[in-house]
Design a protein around this ligand. Structure first.
Ligand code: GGG
Length: 364
């Protein structure tokens, strides 16, 4: 039995997470070897407005007994974004040492990329964003507020250990998948943090002579993602650069609603979090138009993480089929389906895929 903590959160979060739950419920109903126990937590902006905190003091303790966390989205115009984001999502990522933020950027068949003429074979990158330190470490100060000397300090934290573990994880992933590794930094301008990152990358790459390794400045990386996305395999970047480049990646793969992520604690000392990379999208919340694919794809990553690899692959296959047709994709992709219809279609395609596999002697 896998214990899954569910935090639907704000805006479109509850709508897309409900579609992920449909997929997991379907799998548990079809496979006697798989069972999930869900604990849902009402944490987010409404909770904050009622209690003064985004999650309770002992929130991490409550989550810690779970095998994984299924997360929706965070953020609302009713509360400053730095409060909602830092007090919920970052508390979980930092508290559970989720130092690998895996973000696949993949163009699916039938989805139109804004990059003219690009095919799925040319847009297939695996971003590995550092998740616990860098620019989002949360160190800094604000002084002389309300005066003309108003001053802010935001300190980026880069440690050798922090850079090394995420870079090494990226090389291992590249080796498993037969991909290259590109390191993204800004060592020409950031003489402390950027240079440390580059030195660690040089040290780690020496342990992987079989893997093609390259380095790019973050500005050049953004340019090449648009001009020549096919050059990237695994891409490892610090917290901020990884965050920004993967929004660009989501655009390249056809839209923010598609992009999945997994915030992993690779040692499994703590639960890992699975969430679409998009935010709460308050402008479309409650209208059943949000794209559930980013959440359901993240759920496929959750299934992989929990050891249900065949199911993870089956869910990805159902997603590929759903987005290939107008009738089963949402309006952001030029389709006609509502959030719920798109989720139902993925479940139906999953079901059909199982029946076909059963007919051919394969099983999920
Ligand atoms: N679905 C996750 C979410 O709500 N993300 C909002 C956001 O701003 N995230 C920033 C980050 O992932 O660091």
């Amino acid at each position: 039995m896998d214990r899954i903590a569910v935090i639907p959160g704000d805006g479109v979060g509850p709508e897309v997470v409900a579609e992920s739950r449909k997929v997991l419920d379907f799998i548990a109903a079809r496979d006697s070897a798989v069972a999930f126990a869900f604990d849902e937590y009402p944490w987010g902006t409404d909770y904050y407005l009622q209690t003064g905190e985004m999650m309770p003091e002992d929130g991490l303790e409550q989550l810690s007994g779970h095998d994984a966390i299924l997360f929706g989205a965070v953020g609302s115009p009713r509360v400053a974004d730095h409060i909602t984001l830092r007090q919920l999502l970052f508390r979980i990522r930092h508290g559970f040492d989720q130092y690998v933020n895996l973000r696949p950027v993949r163009l699916l068949e039938g989805v139109r990329s804004p990059l003219a003429g690009r095919t799925p074979a040319e847009v297939d990158m695996l971003f590995v964003r550092e998740g616990t330190e860098g620019e989002y470490a949360g160190l800094g100060d604000r002084i002389y507020q309300g005066t003309d000397r108003d001053l802010a300090l935001q300190t980026a934290v880069f440690s050798r250990r922090g850079a090394e573990r995420v870079i090494r994880w990226s090389f291992e992933l590249a080796r498993q998948q037969g991909r290259s590794v590109t390191s993204v930094s800004k060592g020409n301008a950031l003489q402390y943090s950027g240079v440390l990152w580059d030195e660690v990358f040089a040290d780690v790459r020496a342990d992987y002579p079989d893997i093609e390794a390259r380095e790019l400045l973050v500005d050049a990386a953004a340019m090449f993602m648009v001009m020549d996305p096919g050059r990237f395999g695994v891409v490892v970047a610090s917290n901020l650069y990884g965050d920004i480049l993967t929004d660009l990646g989501a655009a390249i793969m056809g839209g923010m609603g598609l992009a999945p992520s997994a915030s992993l604690n690779p040692e499994r000392r703590f639960p890992s979090t699975f969430e679409p990379i998009h935010g709460s999208a308050p402008d479309i919340a409650g209208r059943s138009v949000g794209n559930p694919v980013g959440s359901i794809w993240s759920t496929a990553l959750l299934l992989d993480h929990l050891g249900h690899r065949a199911w993870g692959e089956a869910v990805q296959q159902a997603i590929r089929q759903a987005v290939a047709s107008r009738a089963t994709r949402t309006t952001d992709l030029g389709g006609t389906a509502s959030t719920q219809q798109a989720g139902d279609a993925i479940v139906e395609l999953l079901d059909r895929g199982i029946e076909q596999d059963r007919g051919s002697g394969r099983s999920a």
